[in-house]
Design a protein around this ligand. Structure first.
Ligand code: KIV
Length: 267
């Protein structure tokens, strides 16, 4: 099958035509190939790899070099999806020229099509510089895990009227600064719907209800790889943790009783 790679134009058209946008994270070649073959619209090389791949408590430790390493692996498996890569914590907050330099490094080294960064009105000059340099930028509002030490917890965001108003102003500012799309994480569904319907760019939700233009999940959560992580907004389509555990136990048993490999599995 010949695939045509999706672009920001494809995503705008999907929003205009009311076609929901599907987005998942991937961190390596194998998963990226499977997601791409399933015809996912957007693959995010998320800084959540800090948690689910590197085993860190937060997304803060992952470096630009590590994002590039995973981005390169993902891109080798992608034929049709639009690929966004996260700017990791510390790579865009110091000043605009460093941020631009790092965004360029991400795209130059991985061949991904866009970067994602967290933050609202305070990020608009940085975003504008990137957009002027030809880099598509996806914004990320609501629960912004890179600010976890300021937020204090991973709980629902934008619950007070003041924080709702702030979020709406942030979303408008990101659109005006030139973001081609925005992720809204863990906010009330009615607020996310209001923002999505008032904006001309696609709004992708995670824990933000069904009124967004698209949905994103961390692939490990969709597959049920971590039994201890079950927030309300995650739907487990598989219980892979248990399946892998059972398969590995069977393998160990077969090795111990000298049943593996058998004659058909030997040369
Ligand atoms: O890093 C990530 O996986 C993300 C998604 C949760 C949107 O930013």
């Amino acid at each position: 099958m010949t695939f045509r790679k999706k672009t920001i134009k494809t995503l705008f058209q999907m929003k205009q035509n009311g076609q929901p946008i599907s987005m998942l994270t991937a961190y390596d070649y194998t998963f990226a190939s499977i997601l791409d073959a399933a015809e996912i619209d957007i693959i995010l090389v998320g800084d959540s790899l800090s948690n689910v791949f590197q085993g860190n408590e937060t997304t803060l430790p992952v470096t630009l070099e590590e994002m590039i390493y995973h981005g390169k692996a993902v891109m080798k498996g992608v034929k049709q999806a639009f690929v966004v890569i996260d700017l990791p914590f510390g790579s865009y907050q110091v000043n605009d020229s460093e941020a631009l330099k790092n965004a360029i490094q991400l795209l130059k080294n991985t061949n991904a099509q866009a970067v994602k960064l967290e933050g609202g009105q305070e990020m608009t000059t940085t975003i504008t510089k990137m957009v002027q340099a030809g880099i598509p930028v996806m914004g990320h509002l609501g629960l912004t895990p890179q600010s976890i030490h300021q937020l204090g917890s991973y709980e629902l965001q934008a619950t007070s009227q003041a924080s709702k108003d702030r979020l709406k102003a942030d979303a408008t500012a990101l659109e005006q600064a030139g973001c081609f799309a925005i992720v809204l994480e863990k906010i009330p569904a009615d607020l996310a719907t209001e923002i999505a319907t008032s904006m001309s760019i696609p709004v992708i939700g995670i824990g933000a209800g069904n009124g967004c233009d698209g949905q994103v999940l961390v692939i490990n959560d969709l597959l049920g790889l971590d039994e201890s992580f079950k927030p309300k907004f995650v739907r487990n389509y598989l219980n892979l943790n248990t399946s892998i555990l059972e398969a590995v136990k069977l393998y160990i048993k077969d090795v111990k009783k000298k049943d593996f490999p058998n004659s058909n599995e030997s040369y």
